[in-house]
Ligand binder design. Sequence first.
Ligand code: ADP
Length: 599
Amino acid sequence: MVGTSEAGRTWRRYAAAVVSVAVAAALRVDFLISLGTRMTWLTYYPAVMVAALYGGLFAGLAATALSCLAAIFLWPLMVDQPFVRDSADWLGMAVFFANCAMISAITEAGHRAQARATQAKHLAEAAEAANRAKSVFLANMSHELRTPLNSILGFSDLMRGAEGASEDQRKTLDIINSSGEHLLALIDDVLDMAKIESGRVSVDSRAFDLTSAVQDVATLMRQRAEAKGLQLLLDQGEDVPRFVLGDAAKFRQVLINLTGNAVKYTHQGRVTLRLRAQPAGADARVRLVVEVEDTGVGIAPGDFERIFEPFVQLGVGATKTGTGLGLAITRQYLQLLGGTVRVESAPGKGSTFRVELPFALADESQVLAGDAGRGRVVGLEPGQPEWRVLIVEDQLENWLLLRRLLEDVGFQVQVATTGAEAIGKFKEWRPHFIWMDVRLPGMDGLEATRRIRALEGGNDVKIAALTASVFNEQRADVLAAGMNDFVRKPFRAAEVYECVERHLNVRFRREAARVGRAAGKDAAPMPGSVAALDDTLRRELSNALVSLDATRIQDVIVRVSKANPALGEVLARHAERLEYTAMMNALATGGTAPAKDAS
Ligand code: ADP
């Protein structure tokens, strides 16, 4: 096919040369016959130009040669003498030939430049199309994976908060929830890398509880470490500030990646997560130094740089379970946050990853003002209208969860599973608020929104999109369709309530505000004086704490429990959260755990 069309093009070029010269000759012997022998080449120049413009160098040269032949053979028809009478005629023809060759060459150069530009444009278009295809693939993949995760995270969270759940059930639900979060993190790894590569990642800086974030990660990782028979120790310096301003999600991700690797690549011994803070220039800033030290397989010095590249996995004694992206993302995130990461290691002995990261200091009120400290929504305040909320969502597990979240606090809820049904329900039921899934079978959420907005009263209802897309670009689409807001799946209960709160005049009843996940427990003082412990137990507990040996600490606590169950329980709770410094301080002062460490 390609060969045939190429041959066809060549013939067309030469045909253009023949036709243009034929026209030039016809003009010469017909309309311009009165010129006689003067201006011999008058019509042939344009003929050559046309041929060269259409067919390039060879068509131009062919037209030049044909022009010469036509001039020679037509001449006797116009005047009764031969074309070449003297050398000046030869010279005239040579000049014509040279000029035309030049015109053809220049036109050919133009042709080639244009072809190159067209090819570059096609390549750019192909690259853009490939990029778009990748984005669509990522958006689809993320949708498929996030939708079921939404149910896992949402329902386990709901059940955790349900009255009557036993402590055991809560713990199991905690594990389901944190595993779900882990899975989500893995999905996000792949997506994050794609986003980093296309320059779509930005820093989201807010006040957050640093100590609580570190302890959350330690608790999560401790489960994995203990499952492998490893110890996970948290050694947090006194100087580490509790509240800082920074990108909590990326910081958490960095900690999870490094600690997760340390656990993954260590088969015996321990993993230590060490945090220190150094003053950094300005008053209200600190330089946080995080070291993740393990006694694992280690890394050869020649690989220190390579491991930070995407998809590099060394596979030394390692189970290749990861994606090879963790460290690449870690380094990219740290660069974005103004930090650094280095590794020191010796094969067979273990590795230490050292992160340095600046943070601005924040205070508790800033964190409380943020989302984290607002406390769980438990109901609607009395004396409000009956709020009607319509959920438009085709996936059963998603609308079940959302309906439960809304009904539990006292909203009137109806569900529509298609765009058409949503329009019908809007007309007859007049909801105050609509949760609109963007992807629906048939008419999608954007179209359904546009149609509702066009109805009478359609501009009064608040509409928020529910989408599993990872790209913020979709925000523009949903706003353009007339929606008021946008919540991404998997959504947290708090996000759902806050979105409704932003747009309707609803007032929620909330649990007492708290900071971090278990602040209520943390504030608990160690009952009775720790000083009341007998000397042997005190000394043993103190030594166990200094050794950072979790099993040893556990043993002593069991013995404390026998003598003083209440104190034993509180110590166990602090130990479970790796609050060794707080316990040491309590032992030293013989009083209660200081608030700073009891986070
Ligand atoms: P993944 O862990 O998913 O393979 P990473 O980017 O997190 O990908 O790590 C890249 C490679 O670096 C790992 O495959 C492993 O070979 C090596 N590595 C990372 N952390 C450690 C560690 N703490 N000890 C030994 N090797 C490590």
